[in-house]
Every structure is written in C-alpha cells, then in structure tokens.
Write a new protein. Structure first.
Length: 173
C-alpha cells in the first residue's frame, strides 16, 4: 500500500464560545484530532490559561493510505473541561483530498498554515476558528505483513530444575 505521513501541528483556536461563566470562571480547552474511519485519536495538552483563545503548538503525526484517503477527513474537535461535563465547542472536518491537492500546488513552504471555522456536529457554523499547519511526507510502500505479529499472552515458563530450587533454598537459610 502506498502511504504518506501527515505531520500536523495544531497551533491555536480563537474566538471560541466563552463558557467560563458555566465552568466557575475557568475555561480549560483541548482538542482531539483523528482521521475519519480510523480508531487513532490524538489529544492536545490542556490549555488552562488561554480561555476562548487557547494556544497549543502541539505536533501530531498520522499515517495516511494514499488510495483510501480520498474519502477520509481530518477531524479536529475542540472541547473544554467543565465542572460536571465536557463542553463540545465545535469541530472541523477537512477532506484529506483537499489537503493533498493543496500540497500539489506547493509554493515551497515546508508547512502549510490554514484556518477553519468551527462547526457544530449538525453542520451549522458556531463561534470560533482553529489554526493548524501541516505537511505530507514522501510516499512510501507499507505492507502490514512486514511487521512481526503482535505478541499476545505471557512467555512460556519453565519449571526450575531440582538443582536450581535447591540453590534458591540454600540462599534463604
């Protein structure tokens, strides 16, 4: 399979809905980033002092299968920790195809910086936007069979011989 790495840096968000009134004066914001259709989710550190304008500068790396990426999206969800619940402040879904096509018209910059308006899960726009930078690595071939199978279970155990158990007991006296 032909693959590329996607190096993403989630830089910041701005003008988020201010929920500090509902969170006892605090607004601790973080982001969860994934590629649609995959189970891997990466999270930024919690920003405790940015309020509705958090900054993370959090680097992340994803592996993208080039052939299957055309129908996938980069998903960025912005959340805040509340006293009793986590607040969903908004999300962004960017087609991987769109990101790859913008790299084809490369202007020579190592990272492409982009900003997107946040949306609700229903698709309606909400307050705030998120800023990130990204670049794709070179194409490479990946075959899942190149890696050894994952180890499951405990290694086989051998019972000690009589001489080993005797020496153990001698050390205890």
């Amino acid at each position: 399979m032909e693959c590329r790495t996607l190096d993403l840096t989630l830089i910041s968000a701005k003008d988020l809905k201010d929920i500090s009134l509902f969170a006892f004066g605090k607004m601790d914001v973080y982001a969860v980033v994934s590629i649609s259709g995959t189970v891997r989710k990466l999270r930024t550190p919690l920003n405790k002092c940015g309020g509705p304008n958090p900054t993370w500068n959090s680097p992340m790396r994803f592996m993208v299968y080039v052939g299957g990426a055309m129908d996938k999206c980069l998903v960025i969800k912005i959340k805040a920790i509340g006293m009793f619940t986590n607040w969903k402040l908004g999300q962004v879904k960017v087609p991987i195809k769109e990101l790859m096509e913008s790299v084809k018209s490369d202007d020579g910059s190592p990272m492409h910086v982009v900003s997107y308006r946040l949306r609700r899960p229903s698709g309606k726009t909400t307050k705030g936007e998120v800023c990130c930078s990204y670049k794709f690595g070179e194409k490479f071939m990946f075959n899942g069979l190149n890696h050894p199978p994952p180890y499951v279970g405990y290694p086989p155990q051998q019972h000690p011989t009589d001489s080993e158990s005797d020496s153990y007991m001698q050390g205890r006296t």
